[in-house]
Design a binder for this molecule. Structure first.
Ligand SMILES: C[S@@+](CC[C@H](N)C(=O)[O-])C[C@H]1O[C@@H](n2cnc3c(N)ncnc32)[C@H](O)[C@@H]1O
Length: 106
């Protein structure tokens, strides 16, 4: 799907989650803002480094990967994000490629 203006029919066919991803509504921290997101990430207690093997993290319902990418950038871990929305995953993969991240998959 390109960056063209969508018709009403196209919007209703997308459904809520794909539409949110399409318009970029999930490209920012949601509830709690950036501080809240950072606090939640810290509550995960991801080890800064792992001695033997990188820790593997799975984020379920990652949408366009805002949190997934934030964690990949902050920690020496391997993280995978999954989501029902193909539009969201396509956008997440675009961001991953743009940032040249090698420790994140979608
Ligand atoms: C409000 S967004 C949350 C995005 C992200 N976790 C965040 O906090 O910024 C909800 C997401 O959940 C996804 N979702 C809903 N049910 C799901 C399921 N059963 N499996 C995978 N993803 C799901 C939707 O596609 C949508 O992208």
């Amino acid at each position: 799907m390109g960056k063209n203006k969508l018709s009403k029919n196209q919007i209703s066919e997308l459904g809520l989650y794909d539409f949110q991803a399409y318009i970029g509504a999930m490209n920012q921290s949601t509830f709690g803002g950036q501080k809240g997101t950072q606090r939640l990430i810290e509550m995960l207690k991801i080890p800064e480094t792992s001695e033997i093997k990188k820790i593997n993290i799975l984020e379920v319902a990652c949408s366009t990967g805002y949190n997934t990418i934030k964690i990949a950038q902050q920690y020496d871990c391997h993280i995978k994000g999954i989501d029902l929305s193909e539009v969201a995953i396509t956008k997440a993969l675009e961001k991953k490629d743009k940032l040249h991240l090698t420790n994140v998959d979608f």
